[in-house]
Design a protein around this ligand. Structure first.
Ligand code: MLT
Length: 409
């Protein structure tokens, strides 16, 4: 019999959002008449921008004729999309075309990137955190067991709470790999230029690599917040950035994202010599991935047309207006709410010290609303709760009204 990867046994039984889906399905089965509104998983509700749809239709037609048909494309993505990404998202930052790798989304990229690092690499993650960063390192054997305090041994946790303004502080011990997400999932708070600069300086001094998840950068509304880590001087030597079209342009179902990995980012091999990480990722990507569909890449390219830009900006404003409605609704009944200004997530403090899973139950059974318990993102998320602004307007308004009516604290 084949031996299994024991590391999987260290993990919680199911992935957070599967666990929630399971609980909600159970509730619906027992309460078939319940009109459940989901503000749980961060999944978009607005259709793809018409510019993307038109581009995809055209690409489908190309697939129908022998002269324009495409089979395997470059694993790293088509030049037409990479060029548009660099031109529009990283202007003047010196990113080159072989430093961008198109993928099927940031979740896969954030989960897969750890493969190019040593099993011994010490990782630092924020707490609370998007579960993929941690779980994939557990699977790879880069952590010890889960401890009673909810932390895995061997991992450096960086608490992000109201007390520190949800900005992670530098670790007191050396770490090799640092996961940062800004604007943050789940707290909805964005890192300032100063705070990110401190991390870049730390990484440069300590030969660490920052894995910067910028999947939500399109939601930044306040001036002077960095959209890309490469806006910070010196970051091109120490950072890898993850981007996604999922939340920017509604690609959660169609799947498209990318990594920016500058050739100047290095790690050390066992004999101490410095090696660029870019060729390692290129090797990994070309070996394990056969490229994002041509049709989808044509759709993504259309985001950068004038119509595409207008349409995606409108969708983002729509979700940010939902975020405002949620945040102000919560505040109107005396709840403490964070985020929702530069991100599509609202992070609220559960009232009366309710645990976040108790609050989940209370919201589901008392108001037929699904959210995400903060504890699912790590022990520092206990006592917090996440609502997403990705619902449609009507459901968002109804959810806010129900919370105001039915949850009196
Ligand atoms: C979330 O709800 O946190 C997101 O949907 C997760 C993801 O994008 O994978």
């Amino acid at each position: 019999m084949a031996y299994i990867n024991e590391n999987y046994l260290k993990l919680a039984g199911s992935y957070l959002f599967r666990e929630i889906a399971h609980r909600v399905a159970d509730y619906k089965e027992k309460n078939p008449a319940a009109d459940v509104i989901s503000l749980g998983i961060g999944d978009v509700t607005q259709p793809l921008p018409p510019a993307c749809i038109a581009a995809m239709h055209k690409a489908v037609d190309e697939m129908a004729a022998a002269e324009t048909f495409r089979g395997y494309g470059p694993e790293q993505g088509y030049g037409f999309l990479i060029e548009k990404i660099i031109e529009n998202n990283f202007p003047g930052l010196g990113i080159e075309s072989d430093e961008v790798f198109i993928s099927d989304g940031a979740k896969s990229d954030c989960g897969n990137i750890q493969e190019i690092f040593s099993e011994k690499a010490k990782i630092a993650i924020t707490d609370p955190v998007y579960p993929v960063y941690l779980d994939t390192n557990v699977m790879a054997g880069r952590t010890g067991a889960l401890q009673k305090n909810g932390h895995f041994s061997g991992v450096v946790y960086l608490p992000c709470t109201a007390e520190n303004g949800f900005l992670p502080e530098l670790p007191t011990e050396h770490v090799d790999i640092i996961y940062l997400c800004s604007p943050n999932n789940p707290t909805g708070m964005a890192m300032t230029r100063e705070s990110l600069s401190r991390w870049v300086a730390y990484a440069r001094e300590n030969e660490s690599v920052i894995l910067f998840d910028a999947a939500y950068q399109a939601f930044i509304t306040e001036d002077d917040l960095p959209h890309s880590i490469f806006e910070i001087e010196g970051a091109k030597d120490v950072a890898i950035e993850f981007r996604s079209f999922s939340k920017t342009a509604g690609f959660t179902g169609t799947r498209c994202g990318y990594i920016v990995l500058p050739k100047s980012v290095q790690g050390r091999s066992a004999d101490g010599t410095k090696k660029s990480l870019n060729p390692l990722w290129n090797r990994r990507h070309t070996t394990k991935y056969n490229g994002t569909s041509y049709i989808i890449q044509r759709g993504a390219e259309a985001i950068f047309t004038p119509e595409g830009k207008r349409e995606t900006a409108a969708a983002i404003s729509y979700y940010l207006e939902n975020a405002r409605l949620i945040r102000e609704g919560l505040e109107s009944i005396g709840l403490e709410a964070y985020g929702g200004i530069n991100a599509p997530y609202i992070w609220l403090k559960t009232p009366h010290g309710l645990s976040s899973w108790d609050f989940f139950d209370r919201l589901l059974t008392g108001a037929d609303i699904v959210g995400t318990p903060g504890a699912g993102f790590g022990p520092c998320g206990e006592g917090y709760f996440r609502l997403t602004a990705f619902g449609n307007r009507e459901n968002t308004k109804r959810a806010v009204e129900r919370i105001k009516e039915k949850l009196t604290f």
